[in-house]
Design a protein around this ligand. Structure first.
Ligand code: PEP
Ligand code: MN
Length: 334
């Protein structure tokens, strides 16, 4: 349920209303927008007398929220959320460009790529250290050593870093990692989501291979229910009957998510297509459709990459894509 307060409501009046709700066993969630302040209520609201509430002088309106996701709901928080990752912002008109290899392989590889993507305008460096591979015989990532190398690249370039976590027991290793990625395969690993909800980490939550937008939002809600509201959603393509591309990029997920939630949305054209020559078109389409960020896999030697070489663009290609992305973003945000 949400209650919209009248513009002239004082802080004291708001606080005493919140206390009244909390005394009924409800959690309150205050969102101060440019025009209205909204109090979101979570819990069993059936005992609230809506007529009585509406009659209070400070109440503009009262609405029941039928969707099962509350904290992620745009009705709870009308303004888009802006997340600041060590100076790199995303949401509300701020574009985040995430670039880097699928996996951290060697010191030279990650440092070279980090410097070149930074020069081309990337705002966050990516690199997997724990890789969720379909085959147990494939390269699984450098684990702690991979995180150390990413930290070195962060120190050299000043770029914030993102890396995927698969097991909550590894959380200590992610202390210096600015964004923790939950991969598509773990989108419904509820224990992992709950644990991340108890941290202050920014989480990039990828949509599962065969999950609906509502399921994605319920997974975000798991993290938010624990108190962590720093969530970035990521559309990375879904399974369809088409096999020419690795997945099918669901572009309509972007405006649909913006309607349903205040959380920022990133598009990953690399995993969505699986084909490096299609990455530029889908990155530009993602930004044109309103994405708040783009995540692109970049490798200095794609042919010899240990993971996802076929979808990785070279640093030169990335440079061209990044400058086009910025132009499209300027056009669509006016
Ligand atoms: C990745 O980002 O390298 C990755 C494994 O992504 P996804 O979970 O979307 O497959
Ligand atoms: Mn990858």
């Amino acid at each position: 349920m949400i209650t919209v307060l009248k513009n002239d409501t004082t802080v004291e009046q708001r606080e005493s209303l919140c206390k009244w709700f909390e005394d009924m066993g409800l959690s309150t969630y205050v969102s101060e927008g440019e025009y209205h302040t909204i109090i979101g209520l979570i819990g069993d609201t059936s005992k609230i007398d809506i007529g009585l509430l509406e009659s209070l002088s400070i109440i503009e309106s009262v609405k029941r929220i039928s969707e099962p996701f509350k904290k992620a709901n745009r009705k709870f928080h009308v303004e888009p959320s802006v997340i600041d990752v060590s100076g790199a912002k995303i949401g509300g008109g701020n574009l985040m460009i995430i670039a880097g290899p699928c996996s951290v392989e060697t010191e030279e590889q990650i440092l070279t790529i980090a410097q070149s993507v930074k020069n081309s305008g990337a705002t966050v460096l990516r690199g997997g250290a724990f890789k969720p591979r379909t085959s147990p015989y494939d390269f699984q990532g450098l684990h702690a050593e991979g995180i150390d190398l990413l930290l070195k690249a962060k120190q050299q370039t000043g770029l914030p870093i993102i890396s995927e976590i698969m097991n909550i027991n590894d959380l200590d290793l992610f202390e210096g990692v600015d964004i923790v990625q939950v991969g598509a395969r773990n989108m419904q690993n509820f224990d992992l989501l709950k644990e991340l909800g108890h941290t202050g980490k920014v989480v990039l939550l990828k949509r599962g291979l065969a999950n609906t937008l509502k399921e994605l939002l319920m997974s975000a809600e798991y993290i938010m229910a624990g108190g962590n509201e720093n969530i970035i959603l990521c559309e990375r393509g879904i399974r369809t009957f088409e096999t020419y591309t690795r997945n099918t990029l669901d572009l309509s997920a972007i405006p649909a998510l913006h309607e349903l939630t205040h959380l920022p949305v990133v598009v990953d054209p690399s995993h969505a297509t699986g084909v490096s020559r299609f990455v530029e078109a889908m990155a530009l389409a993602g930004v044109a459709a309103g994405a708040d960020g783009i995540m692109i896999e970049v490798h200095n030697d794609p042919e010899h990459a240990l993971c996802d070489g076929a979808q990785s663009v070279t640093p030169d290609q990335f440079s061209r894509i990044a400058s086009k992305i910025k132009k499209v973003h300027e056009e669509v945000t006016v």
